[in-house]
Design a protein around this ligand. Structure first.
Ligand code: ADP
Ligand code: ASP
Ligand code: MG
Length: 441
């Protein structure tokens, strides 16, 4: 079995959906995971915000805004009257649902139901199109088998349910399902966080022991820097699981931060491909990558908070760091970067939900300073620590910037630097110039 995932842009118009259909109709058995039509999930988030703000007229306006876009999509995608009617009936049902909640007591449970509608729509439209074209496919409702528990994929349950579902469709080779959405341990609709369709694809891949997972998007693979901020980036042909996971975790939007792990656990290759240029090689993620290219890519993650705890009690003492870590453990807040000196420890978090409580507890250990609006810039590759050229290039490239922390040596594959977010663009471009000059690569 193969697993293919197509992102929002790849199903963003009728023309794109037709392109997708051309990529999936060969005989090879596959499960196709689709995202919502681009812009839809953002719009659904906007609708929930309007509910929370108690602004029902705004809800109605935002729901009505969907209509012209989807009317056109349906008109261009489907030819037959019956198929068009079915699609319009689906949309009318969705508009009614999106308008049906009350602003009083609007809850996260209802919010998640709303967020789920984008993928439910896109998969149904694709299924209608394939049916109209005479292509056999089975629409598998992800809410029936994608299960999360305590916010994590419940692998044994997903595996069991998927096996049972697929067994009901012996002989079929093309399955279409929704990315991103799942049900949780309370049988309520939930999701795998924004961008979660990639994660759906690799979770499914791991559960069916797929031959390969292909993530189809709007760019020809993982580039060697963030193409949203840097010009002349280029695709990296091979990445190890660890390299890809670090890049995804540290901000390479092309992959959901957690999407690599399920594939890595089962040693399933993950290929990143461009729907608009299917012949381009893309990026192959697997157990090994090309040693000749030491620096694979640079990524950046915003929304970082730096916390410094200064205490003379740390001097020559043991057990101090343990006390610091216990505070973060108490509030289930992961630490990303850490540097220490004899009298101070600096660390970063990307989840500030419990920042106030964390700072309050840390104050009993020493003087606490907090810096918000920080960005981690992360250089990822192989043997970075052994290669003195690379280390000095990173430091040299950023010499004009107010670097707050450097994490080097923690792993061979990562050098991380903390800078104020307003310098991010600058940092990515300076690193690009320095790292990909002829001498280094
Ligand atoms: P999809 O909707 O298909 O899931 P995304 O928008 O989530 O697509 O991810 C693709 C986008 O990721 C690209 O258009 C690109 O702007 C962005 N991106 C960020 N960093 C990288 C990188 N290092 N390589 C490639 N794309 C990147
Ligand atoms: N539609 C969801 C989002 O926009 C999930 C995804 O596209 O991966 O975040
Ligand atoms: Mg995405």
């Amino acid at each position: 079995m193969l697993v293919y995932k197509f992102g929002g842009t790849s199903v963003g118009s009728a023309e794109r959906m037709v392109q997708v259909s051309n990529l999936i109709v060969d005989e090879k058995p596959k499960i196709v995971v689709l995202s919502a039509v681009s812009g839809t999930t953002n719009a659904l988030v906007g609708i929930c915000d309007a509910y929370y703000a108690g602004d029902k007229p705004l809800v109605e306006k935002l729901v009505a805004d969907f209509k012209p876009k989807y009317d056109q999509h349906i008109y261009e995608l489907l030819e037959g009257e019956a198929a068009r009617e079915e699609a319009h009936a689906l949309m009318d049902e969705k508009y009614a649902l999106l308008n049906s909640y009350s602003v009083e007591g609007f809850s996260t449970e209802q919010e998640r139901e709303i967020h789920a509608q984008g993928e439910l729509i896109s998969t149904k439209l694709m299924h209608l199109y394939l049916t109209e074209k005479g292509v056999n496919s089975v629409l598998l409702p992800a809410l029936d088998f994608m299960r999360s528990e305590n916010g994590e994929p419940a692998y044994p349950e997903i595996e069991k349910r998927l096996e049972a579902t697929l067994a009901q469709h012996k002989g079929e080779t093309l399955f279409i399902t929704q990315g991103y959405i799942c049900t949780n341990e309370f049988e309520k609709v939930d999701n795998l966080q924004r961008g979660g369709s990639d994660y759906t694809a690799t979770i499914i891949g791991a559960c069916v022991n797929a031959v390969e997972v292909q993530i189809w998007t709007d760019i020809d693979g993982m580039h060697n820097n963030d193409p949203r901020f840097v010009e002349n980036t280029k695709a990296v042909e091979q990445l190890t699981y660890d390299e890809a996971a670090e890049l995804a975790y540290f901000g390479a939007k092309i992959l959901h931060p957690l999407a690599v792990l399920p594939a890595q656990t089962k040693d399933i290759p993950v290929r990143l491909k461009n729907t608009m240029a299917p012949k381009a090689f893309g990026t192959l993620i697997g157990p090994t990558s090309d040693n000749a290219i030491p620096v694979k890519s640079v990524a950046a993650k915003n929304g970082i908070v730096a916390i410094k705890i200064k205490s003379s009690r740390m001097l020559m003492a043991y057990g101090f760091l343990k006390q610091v870590f216990e505070v973060f453990e108490k509030y289930s807040t992961p630490i990303d970067m850490i540097t220490t000196s004899e009298v101070a420890v600096s660390l970063t978090i990307d989840n500030d939900t419990h920042l106030e409580e964390i700072v309050r507890d840390l104050q009993s250990l020493g003087l606490v300073e907090v810096d918000k609006d920080m960005t981690i810039v992360c250089v990822v590759g192989q043997m970075l620590v052994e290669n003195a050229n690379i280390v000095s290039s990173v430091v040299n490239a950023l010499k004009s910037l107010p670097v707050r922390m450097i994490s080097y040596g923690g792993s061979k594959s990562n050098i991380s630097v903390l800078i104020p977010t307003f310098e991010k663009n600058n940092a990515l471009n300076l690193l690009h110039k320095e790292l990909y000059s002829e001498e280094l690569v």
